[in-house]
Design a binder for this molecule. Structure first.
Ligand code: SAM
Length: 224
């Protein structure tokens, strides 16, 4: 994956969250691309939602608007986009994102994320246009923009060259089975009477490594 496209109602929200820090610099350097499209631009009448068939509260994002957006951006039939790209639809009940999924996305084809809003998205977006559904967790957000930003950030930082020092990926939470990132400390060495573990000040790299491994295991075992 080198290119990430997001289709949503609030593109600036995604841009603001992703174009910062290391990921923002990677985009500026052209290592990866991020484009965020406003679905309103692709509606023939300016409306991207309509009332649900069968009645009920909450408007539904229209499949024809999403399809037209995909067609205009990619220049192929909307159904064909998923033959070339991973097309992710954000859904509260979708596959819950974890590091394994993020790594799969980073190593896979270019990414398109379609964000829902309002009462949800016409089911035909899922069945006809998307390759998969993804969730940030078992709770309901107002829209998929936060999910898109989370997935884009997490996947882009796994791309070779994005982090100055790839070493920092090793030992990170979820990078190896049964381990979480160890506790970290920095100056001051004592803050309000609470000191840093002595081993970290010892300069003994073997002991420090062993302590960190042990802490990573403990943290995983005691995870709430
Ligand atoms: C208010 S929610 C709609 C919830 C929908 N009626 C349901 O019962 O699942 C609007 C949109 O936000 C997005 N969304 C909300 N929570 C999410 C989550 N936890 N993960 C991924 N997307 C979410 C989805 O795109 C959803 O269509």
């Amino acid at each position: 994956m080198r290119n990430v496209d997001v289709f949503c109602v609030f593109p600036r929200a995604v841009e603001a969250a992703v174009r910062v820090g290391v990921v923002g610099r990677a985009i500026e350097r052209g290592l990866v691309s991020l484009r965020c499209f406003d679905l309103h631009r692709y509606s023939p009448d300016g409306r991207i939602d309509d009332m649900p068939y069968g009645g009920g509260p909450g408007m539904v994002v229209r499949v024809d608007v999403v399809a037209r957006a995909l067609e205009e951006v990619y220049g192929v039939r909307a159904r064909e986009v998923r033959e070339e790209r991973r097309v992710v639809l954000t859904e509260a009940w979708g596959r819950v994102m974890d590091q394994r999924y993020v790594d799969e996305v980073a190593a896979g084809p270019d990414l398109t994320i379609i964000c829902g809003r309002y009462g949800g998205v016409d089911e035909r977006v899922r069945t006809e246009l998307a390759t998969e559904t993804v969730s940030l967790g078992d709770f309901v957000l107002s829209g998929g923009e936060i999910v898109a930003a989370a997935l884009a950030d997490a996947a882009i930082r796994r791309i070779e060259g994005v982090l100055g020092n790839r070493e920092s990926l090793r030992g990170e939470s979820f990078s190896s089975e049964g381990l979480l990132g160890p506790p970290q400390y920095t100056r001051p060495a004592v803050w309000e009477g609470v000191g840093v573990p002595e081993v970290l000040l010892s300069g003994d790299h073997g002991r420090i490594r062993a302590w960190r491994e042990e802490q990573s295991r403990l943290r995983a075992a005691r995870r709430p």
